[in-house]
Design a protein around this ligand. Structure first.
Ligand code: FE
Ligand code: FE
Ligand code: FE
Length: 167
């Protein structure tokens, strides 16, 4: 499977491509989260990962809904960016020895994931509106709100406890 399932000629092609890209990315995130949950010795961090795994499964269903609404086949394409971010997260997890620093490192990796998703969902919502697909945009907005809330939760965790404990 290549990076592009078909040539991108129109804005509609780009929207579909981004949908396929994030569909793949959400699956990789859902696969990675159980390892993050296992590695999270900090209770609040573990709970944040657990609840985001539930949300991620719902986000995958929402994407399938958008594929159907837009009349295209449900299909993923390789997202090199998420593969890279998750690969880096795995390396960090195996490299950091101190358990408190490890929590801060895992939190940092998780925020990189959320920021990628926020960037992508933001663009897809703008494209959906441009294409006259307010229906698709409103489904994607629900997911964007969850990604932003997760990012904010992680930021609060970082400043309230995790970074301090690692210091
Ligand atoms: Fe997500
Ligand atoms: Fe991507
Ligand atoms: Fe997320």
């Amino acid at each position: 499977m290549g990076l592009f399932s078909k040539p991108i000629k129109t804005l509609d092609d780009l929207f579909v491509h981004l949908l396929q890209d994030i569909y793949y990315a959400e699956h990789q995130i859902a696969k990675a989260l159980p390892t993050m949950i296992e590695g999270a010795s900090n209770t609040q961090l573990r709970e944040a990962f657990q609840s985001h795994l539930q949300e991620t499964q719902g986000q995958i269903s929402r994407l399938e809904e958008v594929f159907r609404m837009h009349g295209v086949e449900v299909q993923g394409v390789t997202c090199e960016a998420i593969d890279g971010i998750l690969k880096e997260a795995r390396h960090v997890m195996s490299d950091v020895g101190d358990p408190d620093v490890l929590q801060a490192a895992m939190l940092a990796s998780a925020q990189a994931v959320e920021h990628y998703e926020i960037a992508r969902y933001g663009t897809m919502i703008a494209l959906a509106r441009q294409l006259g697909r307010r229906d698709c945009a409103s489904v994607l907005e629900q997911t964007l709100a969850e990604e932003k809330a997760t990012d904010e939760k992680l930021s609060r965790l970082a400043t309230s406890s995790i970074n301090r404990e690692a210091a």
